[in-house]
Every structure is written in C-alpha cells, then in structure tokens.
Design a protein around this ligand. Structure first.
Ligand code: NDP
Ligand code: 8X3
Length: 254
C-alpha cells in the first residue's frame, strides 16, 4: 500500500533521512521546513530517485496561522495523510538557567512544543474522520533525563514525552497510533544550530565516540510505521553504543 507521509523539518538531519527512507520504500511524501531552496532540491531528488510523488510546503511551525493555512489548503489528493512525523525542532544555546537567553527559551518552546501542537491539531481532522493514522513525535533523551545547562531544551522534550502519552490516550477512540522516538546523540545540523553556527563547538559534541546518523533513526521510525494495524510501539529510546543516557558517555579523547 502506498501511504502519504507528512514530515515537518525535512530540510536536514533526521527529517530529511525520513523523507529518503519512506520515499525509497514507495511512499508519497509531504515535506516541510522554512528553507524553501532545500525543499525544492530534496523534492527533485526524491522524485527522480524513487519515482514517487512529493509535495513541498514551506512554513514555520511556530506560526499558528501559517500552519493551519498550509494544511487546510493542501490539494485534495494530499489530504489523505497516513503518517505524521513531528520532527521539526531545535536546541538553542547551552547556558545556566540564570544566564540563558530568554529569546532562545521562547524559540525552543514555540518550536518544539507549540509547533508540534499546531501541526498535530491541523492534521488530526484528516485522520480522525478516517479512523486511521499514525503520529510519530521526536522527543529526546533530553526529555528523559535533565542535564546541566539543558534546562528549557530538556523541558521542551519532556513536554513532548507527556504530550505523546496524552495524545495516545485521547486518540484511542479514533484508532490513531502514537509513537514517541527519543534519540541520543545524532550527528546532524542540530549542534551547529544549538551553538549558533560555531562549527568547532558543534564538532566537539560528537568527538571521541561514534554518534547515530539521521538514517539510523529514520530506519527505526520506518519500522515503527510498518507494523500490522493492531501493533503500536509507544515509546523508544535510542542511543549510540557509547551513550547510556542523556548524561553518561564513554568517550575516547586524546
Ligand atoms: P537538524 O537541525 O539537522 O534538523 C532540524 C529540522 O527542523 C530542519 O529541517 C529545520 O528546517 C526544521 N525546523 C526547525 N525549526 C523549524 C520551524 N520553526 N519550522 C519548520 N521547521 C523547522 O536537527 P535534527 O535532524 O537532529 O533534529 C530533528 C529533531 O530531532 C528535533 O526535534 C530534535 O530536537 C530531535 N533530536 C535530535 C537529536 C540529535 O542529537 N540530533 C537527538 C534527539 C532528538 P528549517 O531550518 O529549514 O526550517
Ligand atoms: C538532542 C540530544 O543530548 O544533545 O536531543 O540533548 S542532547
């Protein structure tokens, strides 16, 4: 069966890898992000490589009006969304609670929490009316254990954890699956964004151990989305072998 998969934040990292993984398996994909140029390049490459259909929709998940406009105005043929991957998200800064930048906090909460809520509420009517669908939320080990200077990024991902649990309860009556995926260190643009373009600090994040790749996570997400209708994976924590949880690593440093 060919499915329609909506992926927020598909211009990079885990979201882009999910687009490639689901497309390579024959699914049609709706890709979202703020960087229109990257979405266009990705759309062309997915169409050429996998002969599937791709729809690109540029919007900022933080903007409620943009989210609802974009989703309400999807062409009819794209409204049968089977799988929603709430992936768009970011960390900004790594500072003590009393020193952190308030704008960074607001952007993280607005993107990781409110953005996920807006996209979910905009897409849900398309699922509830069909009594079918699967929502996959990107949490993090940072939402499972809190770490020093992780404050509001940790809080936003703990919120994703809680939201996923409540979604699963309230959507039981509509037969909609909810899966939360909580990765540890994945080498993407995540650290570059967190350290605001400082490539040295970003590189240090992954020094001394082998991190996960976006495709490692995409393959696991694909697995969770490809089980029989009566089977739902609720919650998965995935770390590199060298990482026990959000705090403990086995690093080999010079
Ligand atoms: P990347 O920075 O590589 O990708 C983030 C994606 O999110 C980009 O496509 C970006 O697109 C999109 N995005 C960010 N803000 C917005 C916005 N306001 N509106 C729409 N899209 C947005 O990071 P990852 O792939 O690593 O991160 C993906 C998810 O995985 C995030 O939720 C992150 O918190 C989570 N995660 C990451 C881990 C890691 O170690 N890398 C570990 C655990 C969880 P654009 O800039 O074009 O809008
Ligand atoms: C990203 C993982 O440990 O950098 O969510 O917070 S971590």
């Amino acid at each position: 069966m060919v499915r329609t998969v909506f992926i927020s934040g598909a211009t990079s990292g885990i979201g882009k890898a999910c687009a490639e993984k689901f497309a390579s398996s024959g699914d049609n994909i709706i890709i979202n992000g703020r960087r229109a140029d990257r979405l266009s390049v990705l759309k062309k490459s997915l169409q050429n490589n996998f002969k599937i259909k791709v729809f690109e929709t540029v919007f900022d998940v933080q903007n409620k009006e943009e989210v609802f406009n974009a989703i309400n105005n999807l062409p009819e043929e794209w409204k049968t969304i089977d799988i929603l991957i709430n992936n768009a998200g970011l960390a900004l800064g790594r500072d003590y609670f009393d020193e952190a930048n308030l704008d960074d906090w607001e952007t993280m909460m607005q993107t990781n929490v409110n953005g996920l809520l807006y996209v979910s509420r905009a897409i849900l009517p398309l699922m509830t009316k069909r009594k079918s669908g699967h929502i996959i939320n990107l949490g993090s080990v940072a939402g499972k254990e809190m770490y020093e200077k992780g404050n509001i990024y940790c809080a936003s991902k703990a919120a994703v954890d809680a939201i996923s649990k409540t979604m699963r309860i309230d959507l039981l009556q509509h037969s909609i699956k909810v899966t939360a995926i909580h990765p540890g260190a994945v080498e993407t643009e995540f650290a570059l964004v967190r350290y605001k373009g400082d490539a040295n600090k970003a590189a240090d994040t992954y020094k001394g151990f082998k991190p996960l790749t976006g495709m490692d996570i995409a393959e696991i997400i694909y697995y969770t989305a490809s089980l029989p209708p009566h089977v739902c994976i609720n919650d998965l924590v995935i770390t590199p072998l060298s990482q026990a949880n959000a705090i403990y690593f086995q690093k080999e440093l010079p």
